[in-house]
Design a protein around this ligand. Structure first.
Ligand code: A2P
Length: 324
């Protein structure tokens, strides 16, 4: 069966299943990368208040839209409520700050970035205690925050709302109030999350995979801090063998595997050639046995890179999603 290029959301809106991730790029590099991505055909762009790059993304997008307002409708733009905004009364104000920086009339998708919360400290999205641990807000009412996010749709300035980084139990709780338009979680060859993928499918919630190539920058930073080893997905023998068989790159094989599992993905790159590669995925197909070989690479929880251990003390939050 052909692999669809879009998710069709409520109301018929189309979300491209390859989007452009923007975490960890400086402003000028990001603006150039976004120009390159637009030229390569990306129309789905993913940012977050916590990435502190909404203004740079907004500038690049607005340059492309120019005076042709029809172009805005081609785009699917996503940003996220930061962990310091996870209080129902704060949601509208954080949403407005994001909209101001993006400089767009409306947003396609607004996500709750994490189920846990930092203290709300104006001007500091990652507030820390003197000992380096995070200032954590332990009083989070996840359902109240979600209801407040859902309410944003009434203004007409956000078309869809969703969540990120929640676990299965949290997703079910949120769905009982209102089904999120999408769930964004870490998914790649070593962290395939089959149980979560099945649970989300049963609930009818489409998944967007972040770090689909294994987020090397984050893995390297964590390895330097903790000494833990993070295998490079691109050099795994099965990935290399399948890439050679299709005359494709390892990154294309990893992304194609994610797409054929029925998910969307938001790879990041700052390199124009790789940016183009990462969206050139619609003219080849992995066989069932190649899909099985790639699925066998899963390491379960061991494969998770973004476990939030870099936010010291956050694992004590009552809604921390990855309880052992
Ligand atoms: P670069 O920006 O130099 O291309 P993820 O999307 O999982 O977070 O991974 C992003 C990392 O993967 C970045 O280090 C990026 O480096 C690298 N990357 C992105 N696309 C490719 C590709 N097609 N081939 C090799 N590395 C890639």
């Amino acid at each position: 069966m052909a692999t669809p290029e879009y998710y069709v959301l409520e109301g018929g809106d189309r979300m491209p299943r390859i989007g452009f991730g923007t975490w960890q790029a400086s402003d000028d590099v990001l603006e150039k990368s976004v120009e390159s991505a637009l030229a390569s055909g990306y129309r789905h762009f993913d940012t977050a208040r916590a990435y502190e790059n909404e203004a740079a993304l907004g500038r690049a997008l607005r340059r492309w839209i120019g005076s042709d307002s029809a172009r805005r409708k081609e785009l699917f733009i996503v940003t996220k409520l930061p962990p310091g905004g996870n209080r129902p009364d704060l949601v509208p104000e954080y949403f407005e700050s994001s909209m101001k920086d993006l400089g767009l009339d409306y947003l396609d998708l607004y996500l709750m970035h994490t189920p846990f919360a930092f203290a709300h400290v104006p001007g500091d999205l990652h507030p820390k205690n003197p000992d380096g641990s995070m200032q954590v807000d332990h009083t989070t009412d996840l359902i109240a925050v979600w209801k407040s996010i859902c309410k944003l749709k009434e203004s007409g300035r956000v078309r869809h709302v969703g969540v990120s980084n929640v676990n299965e139990e949290q997703l079910k709780r949120l769905c009982a109030v209102q089904k999120p338009a999408c769930l964004q979680i870490e998914v790649h060859a070593l962290c395939q999350q089959p149980a979560m993928v099945a649970a989300a499918a049963a609930l009818g919630v489409p998944i967007v995979a972040y770090s689909p190539l294994g987020s090397k920058a984050l893995a390297d930073a964590l390895a330097a801090k903790t000494g833990r080893e993070y295998p490079d997905l691109l050099t795994l023998p099965a990935v290399q063998r399948i890439a050679q068989a299709h005359s494709r790159t390892p990154a294309q094989v990893l992304l194609r595997h994610t797409l054929q599992r029925g998910l969307a993905a938001i790879p990041k790159s700052t390199n124009p050639e790789r940016i183009k590669q990462n969206i050139s995925l619609w003219d080849f197909e992995l066989s069932d046995s190649e899909m099985s070989d790639l699925s066998a690479l899963d390491r379960g929880e061991q494969g998770r890179i973004c476990d939030f251990s870099f936010f010291i003390g956050i694992d004590k939050h009552p809604e921390f999603p990855f309880k052992k």
